[in-house]
Design a protein. Structure first.
Length: 133
């Protein structure tokens, strides 16, 4: 299977960036919504506001639904970012595995890698005498 690693890494970055943009938009909308909440009444003093905000008879109120929605949107944002990061990591891992497979299958490359790993080899120095003309 041929994989275009540059494309995969680019796509992973774009997915991650979409998560960041999504979080920014949701944050802006959330800020705008929070400004309105006091206008929904004071559940401590107003019975209608209490029912609307906290719910009644097992039915959720606005406050609980708003909290649940905030958690869900945060999870969605985190998922975008995690998926983007995972796509980039997957590309990196496959690329490393491809390299390892190529080294194992190609004797010349394997010998070249082993040669590069050597330490403290004596380097042959030519001893042919040079005559000056």
């Amino acid at each position: 299977m041929k994989i275009d690693h540059a494309s995969m890494e680019s796509s992973g970055g774009e997915i991650h960036d979409q998560g960041v943009a999504f979080a920014r938009k949701v944050g802006r909308i959330s800020t705008e919504m929070e400004v309105l909440i006091p206008y929904f009444g004071d559940p401590g003093t107003d019975e209608a506001a209490k029912i609307f905000r906290r719910g009644q008879d097992g039915h959720p109120g606005f406050d609980g639904a708003y909290e649940d929605l905030s958690k869900i949107l945060g999870t969605l944002r985190d998922a975008y970012e995690a998926i983007g990061t995972a796509v980039v990591s997957m590309s990196t891992n496959v690329e490393a595995a491809d390299w390892a497979s190529m080294v194992d299958e190609n004797a010349f490359v394997k010998e070249l890698v082993e040669f590069a790993k050597r330490e403290d080899d004596e380097v042959a120095v030519p001893t042919t005498p040079v005559e000056l003309a």
